[in-house]
Design a protein around this ligand. Structure first.
Ligand code: CUA
Length: 195
């Protein structure tokens, strides 16, 4: 039976049709390029994660956005910066349409700072240019970002997630002061820097 089947004819490939082996070779090349790009991007994530302390900011802690002002960590009297028993500083903020509370955050240089932020309404963003601080602020969750500022500076802090009609006006400030000055500027337990 098999001997009865004729060999397929070797016919010339018609004009405009790309031969199969050329297609296979092209696909292989693109596969290699794609795997190379994937390896490069994966490498960038690992290197920046280790050297720049860039990390996925969410730590999957929840906070009820409807009762932030009533109880828990984000009541108004608990917002702003506070020195922890271990000497580090924690700054707590609420993002809401269309402001940050407090709108000016005072933190020291050369001391580890932990930002804890949550949203009272929709998704906002929190970014400090030229630092590793960059996170989305999602209602229902607490965003936590750790950093250490190496010198005093004034950061303007734009909301960088579109959050409604007033988004482009949603700004706040982070003021980094020398660490010797911080206890004097922060005589109360929770502090901010009203402008
Ligand atoms: Cu908040 Cu954009």
């Amino acid at each position: 039976m098999a001997e009865g089947r004729p060999e397929p004819l070797e016919r010339p490939v018609p004009e405009g049709i790309i031969p199969e082996d050329v297609i296979a070779r092209t696909e292989r090349r693109w596969l290699i390029i794609m795997l190379g790009a994937l390896a490069l991007l994966g490498g960038i994530i690992v290197v920046t994660g280790i050297t720049g302390a860039l990390h996925p900011p969410s730590n999957v802690e929840t906070a009820d956005p409807t009762s932030l002002h009533l109880s828990g960590e984000f009541v108004e009297s608990n917002l702003g910066s506070a020195i922890e028993p271990d000497g580090s500083v924690t700054a707590r903020l609420i993002a809401q349409q269309f402001s940050f509370v407090p709108d000016c955050v005072l933190v020291p240089a050369d001391i580890p700072v932990k930002f804890r932020i949550t949203s009272a309404d929709v998704i906002h963003g929190f970014i400090l240019p030229y630092t590793n601080v960059n996170t989305m602020v999602v209602p229902g969750f607490v965003a936590e970002v750790r950093t250490t500022f190496d010198k005093p500076a004034d950061y303007t802090m734009p909301c960088h997630e579109f959050c409604g009609a007033g988004h482009q006006g949603m700004w706040a400030h982070v003021r980094v002061v020398p660490k010797e000055q911080f206890p004097n500027l922060a005589p109360v337990e929770r502090t901010s820097c009203a402008r």
